[in-house]
Design a protein around this ligand. Structure first.
Ligand SMILES: [Zn+2]
Length: 290
């Protein structure tokens, strides 16, 4: 049986960038030109032509201002998950602030779609060892999965598992879907999205997905609407941020189409349903024969 890989979109505008509050403070966002709609329509068009469903991690801030866009994504059959409300990194918030931000996102999005949300992705993969409490809060708020822990140095932790896995919590459990990384003896490489998907050789990304699939595991790919912008607004940012945002940005649409040509893709919820059934079967088998 062929393994379906996972395509995800972080639905945010071009100015939702972590750690640049000096240049793009939250108070200025309403006055900035919004480009999320036109860029998301390009992604939806690619997916519609190939009848692929994906998971959209919708920022509550965007849902508040672009309800019709969220309705369209939902109508097209994609999974609507959330990226929080105000694009704050989890470890910069208190537990109460995180819960408030999460609830505000849930309220805003479910008012539009009328459907419960199963999945969460933190801005900049910010569920780390110092913010693992977020997983318990997600579970308490009814989430079935998280996709916020990167098996990468600096941004996450190289020791985190690279494939989707089930995490046992204080109460219950939650599934974790890490972004695709390429293993090297020195360091895991971020080939699943962002600058890594654009800059590393395509054959490395292709090989990494093949390896995951051979082990029966899906690879998680992620893109942002701003990576489909032919003329993205430029602001004065640190060089490292400019690289992350703009390096070879024109290659994203072409790389995405190539991946969709080479591998089958679907949403996280579709994969999760199969994983849950397989897990329960294994569990029942163990109980029966142990
Ligand atoms: Zn984001």
């Amino acid at each position: 049986m062929s393994v379906h890989n996972i395509l995800t979109v972080d639905l945010e505008d071009w100015y939702h960038i972590c750690g640049v509050d000096q240049v793009l403070p939250e108070a200025d966002w309403p006055d900035l030109e919004s480009r999320v709609e036109q860029n998301t329509l390009k992604i939806l068009d690619i997916l519609r032509r190939r009848t692929i469903t994906a998971t959209f991690f919708v920022l509550g801030y965007i849902a508040d201002r672009h309800g019709e866009l969220i309705r369209k994504i939902h109508r097209d059959g994609h999974e609507i998950a959330t990226h929080g409300y105000a694009h704050r990194r989890v470890y910069t918030m208190t537990q109460d602030e995180f819960r408030r931000d999460l609830k505000q996102a849930i309220d805003t999005i479910t008012r539009i779609t009328g459907r419960p949300i199963k999945g969460y992705r933190a801005p900049e993969w910010s569920v780390r060892n110092d913010s693992l409490w977020a997983l318990d809060i997600l579970r308490q708020e009814g989430f079935a999965y998280d996709s916020s822990m990167a098996p990468l140095p600096i941004i996450g932790n190289s020791a985190y598992p690279r494939a989707p896995h089930r995490l046992v919590l204080n109460e219950g459990h939650i599934w974790e879907f890490p972004p695709l990384t390429a293993y090297t003896p020195l360091i895991n490489l971020p080939v699943g999205g962002g600058w890594g998907l654009r800059v590393f050789p395509y054959r490395l990304i292709h090989r990494s997905i093949e390896k995951f699939n051979r082990n029966g595991e899906p690879a998680v790919i992620y893109v942002h609407p701003r990576e489909f912008d032919h003329n993205p607004p430029r602001v004065k940012l640190p060089l490292s941020k400019l690289f992350v945002l703009h390096a070879r940005v024109v290659t994203t649409p072409e790389r995405l189409e190539r991946l969709l040509d080479d591998f089958p893709f679907t949403s996280i919820s579709t994969v999760l349903e199969k994983k849950t059934v397989a897990f329960q079967r294994r569990h029942m088998y163990k109980e029966k024969f142990s």
